[in-house]
Ligand binder design. Structure first.
Ligand code: ADP
Ligand code: ADP
Length: 214
């Protein structure tokens, strides 16, 4: 199972990818998490990525593609994966397809989690993330049992710098301009499945499981 999860920032990609990867026993690969790991480790890639992330812009394709293709080649991704946040541009999608084709592989499905802009703003403004496992909570709709503490591993929760409203607006514009064209890219390949993301988490999960044939 090789799946690309599409959707704007705040649609619930990370939340759903975590559940789906557990249920289907495949890897969850999130490009944003990979960049934040580099940032935390103070690598050169992390420093470069930060410049773009802080502005709500995309990290350049060449470094992003290289980072994700390397990650996909790791042993835990052999049995399949859910890509969360990648591809985000048409050149990224083309590079992914080309790399897979050389191995006789392909992406199976590209579910699109659709959520309206006002709801995205509310979701990102109230998002808290675990520093250890990256699980996302929401202070209103999906609070942790104890404020500031992850239910799964007791990790500390924090709010992302780029979840501030000014940066969120830029990220949503970036999505419309650079990522939304992927909808027709996967539609042409007959892999796109539209999912109503404005339902409770469990209902979205059920729709996604149907979409990927599980
Ligand atoms: P993305 O990875 O697409 O940016 P997240 O999975 O981090 O989105 O979710 C964004 C925010 O919305 C988080 O605070 C999360 O708890 C919350 N959230 C996710 N799915 C839902 C849902 N179906 N209904 C309400 N809130 C949700
Ligand atoms: P969200 O979960 O809210 O959709 P991400 O964690 O996926 O956000 O991404 C955070 C930031 O990391 C993006 O705003 C962008 O700067 C960078 N980024 C993540 N994935 C990509 C990608 N595929 N291409 C370019 N930049 C990316």
């Amino acid at each position: 199972m090789r799946v690309v999860l599409l959707g704007p920032p705040g649609a619930g990609k990370g939340t759903q990818a975590k559940v789906l990867s557990d249920r289907a026993s495949v890897a969850h690969i999130a490009s944003g998490d990979l960049f934040r790991k580099h940032l935390g480790e103070g690598t050169e890639l992390g420093r470069l990525a930060k410049i773009f992330m802080d502005r709500g812009e995309l990290v350049p394709d060449d470094v992003t593609i290289h980072m994700v293709l390397e990650r996909i080649a790791e042993p835990d991704a052999k049995g399949g994966y859910i890509l969360d946040g990648f591809p985000r541009t048409v050149p990224q999608a083309e590079a992914l397809d080309e790399a897979l084709a050389t191995k006789g592989q392909a992406i199976h499905k590209a579910p699109l989690i659709a959520v309206e802009t006002d709801e995205l703003m509310r979701r990102l403004a109230g998002r808290w993330i675990c520093r250890a496992c990256q699980t996302a909570y929401h202070e209103v709709t999906n609070p942790p049992r104890q404020a500031g503490v992850c239910d799964r591993d007791g990790g500390a929760l924090y709010q992302r710098e780029d979840d501030k409203p000014e940066v969120v607006r830029a990220r949503l514009e970036t999505y419309d301009r650079q990522t939304a064209p992927l909808i027709s890219y996967y539609e042409k390949q007959r892999k796109l499945v539209r999912i109503d993301g404005q339902q409770p988490v469990e209902a979205v999960t059920a729709a996604l499981l149907r979409a990927v044939g599980r």
